[in-house]
Ligand binder design. Structure first.
Ligand code: UD1
Length: 430
């Protein structure tokens, strides 16, 4: 149970290299299960969620090799995955409990082996998060689904069949799972109201490079013509837009200036527009962003989370924290998850002025100062919001439960120290 100790009040300036996206890497790893050949992923982040997914795949029979690599002068990982045959078709409770994204093995295993058992993920800190869209879509594709002893048991003895699917919610997880399943189905699958997040585009591009026939990439209608088999490939994981957005806020909240290298501004248009409207100077190149808030008086803005290309729920907690330093009042509305203001009570302990209305919205009012405190969050992005608060608070902030941050922010303290933050990890014995 490591902690982070932050002494606030430092203006952050310099460069931060943005890692490959965790939320792209997780389904890409599972897509390797669709072929017997080797799939190599470059620009992989070194994160605990990636290690958890690797352990699950090894348990299913995948041979994994890893080595260190350098992209544009920055260290990253290359992983190769090869599954000539499956040694198990079960994703057990202990893996799924640790990481919900384990459910990405469902589509590939059912498509390739016509059978899978997956422990049903429960709800989590941010909401109930059911899997009904994943399961009903697979049923429409001919699978027989049974829920028994906490497990989904899915069978498709004749293989999956193409279907015309209309999602009632543009779910990221369901779009990825069904996209993977449909590549090896008999016939054509159409997904209407598919999610359009860039990580889905990244998955579809890699599947096509493996021999899949997917069209409509980036649009809400994906058409997948099933093929007999897929082959291996080498793929570079897209840059992490949520990590980039989080460090953009770190620059803005400390009134500093940070150049985000290996960031894709095209995937961050709504958050960057909000920052500009607040008064932050933003300069874009195709693969970098300069966020300059030096000497700026920022103005509060209202934000409502939405499906891509709307404002990402995964940046809500960070922007809410930024609004504490902006003039006026800002209304933050969360529309994707039903319980995503868990960071607010912790921010209040640091002196924030926030009024939460029900589960959906919060009014954030500007405060002169935050004060350091012992805090902890219940999820990854909320934990980053507490780090941001610590960066501007007077005195010392201790952020507990750092394992949340280790799931999704590669080398967090190193990157922040590199731009001038006073932040250290306190190692605690297990
Ligand atoms: C993914 C991201 C997460 C991000 C979220 C929304 C990964 C590993 N995680 O999560 O970081 O916050 O997208 O951008 O990529 N829903 C249903 N039934 C379903 C599926 C979803 O009701 O079968 C609901 C969920 O409860 C939620 C909403 O749809 O309220 C969106 O969920 P979804 O897009 O599926 O998010 P995840 O894939 O879980």
């Amino acid at each position: 149970m490591d902690k982070l100790k932050i002494n606030g009040g430092k203006k952050l300036t310099g460069q931060i290299h943005i890692s490959g996206a965790k939320n792209a890497a997780l389904p890409l790893i599972c897509a390797s299960l669709l072929t017997q050949e080797r799939v190599t992923l470059t620009n992989m982040p070194a994160l605990s969620d990636i290690r958890s997914m690797n352990l699950l795949l090894e348990q299913l029979g995948t041979k994994i090799e890893s080595r260190d690599d350098v992209i544009d002068g920055n260290p990253c990982k290359i992983y190769s995955y090869q599954t000539p045959e499956l040694s198990s078709l079960i994703a057990p409770y202990d893996y799924v409990r640790k990481m919900r994204a384990s459910y990405y093995v469902l589509g590939p295993l059912l498509a390739r082996e016509h059978y899978v058992e997956l422990s049903l993920p429960g709800g989590c800190a941010i909401g109930a998060r059911p899997m009904d869209i994943h399961l009903s879509s697979l049923e429409q594709m001919g699978a027989d689904i049974e829920i028994k002893n906490g497990y989904v048991i899915a069978r498709a003895p004749e293989g999956l069949k193409g279907a015309h699917l209309i999602f009632n919610i543009a779910s990221v997880g369901a779009t990825c799972n069904i996209l993977m399943a449909a590549t090896l189905a008999h016939g054509t699958t159409v997904i209407e109201n598919a999610a359009r997040e860039p990580e889905i585009g990244d998955l579809a591009e890699m599947l096509n490079a493996m021999g899949a026939k997917i069209s409509g990439i980036g649009s809400p209608v994906l058409t997948i013509e099933g093929v007999e088999k897929l082959h291996g490939t080498v793929h570079k994981v897209i840059s992490d837009r949520i990590e980039a957005g989080s460090y953009a806020v770190a620059a803005a909240i400390t009134r500093g200036k940070i150049e985000l290298l290996n960031a894709l501004p095209s995937t961050l248009q709504t958050p960057l527009r909000i920052l500009r409207e607040m008064g932050v100077r933003i300069t874009e190149t195709p693969n970098s962003i300069v966020v300059d808030a030096e000497g700026c008086r920022l103005e509060g803005k209202d934000i409502m989370t939405d499906y891509y290309p709307g404002f990402p729920t995964d940046l809500q907690a960070q922007f809410l924290t930024l609004m504490l330093t902006a003039e006026g009042a800002s209304m933050i509305t969360e529309t994707i998850f039903e319980n995503r203001f868990m960071h607010v009570p912790e921010l209040m302990r640091m002196g924030a002025n926030i009024n939460v209305h029900g589960h959906a919205s919060a009014i954030v009012r500007s405060v002169k100062k935050l004060y350091g405190a012992q805090v902890m969050a219940t999820d990854l992005r909320a934990s980053f919001a507490l780090v941001l608060a610590g960066l501007i608070a007077e005195g010392e902030t201790i952020v507990n439960r750092v394992y949340h941050l280790d799931r999704g922010y590669e080398k967090l303290e190193e990157k922040l120290r590199g731009v001038g933050a006073d932040i250290v990890r306190i190692k605690e014995p297990d």
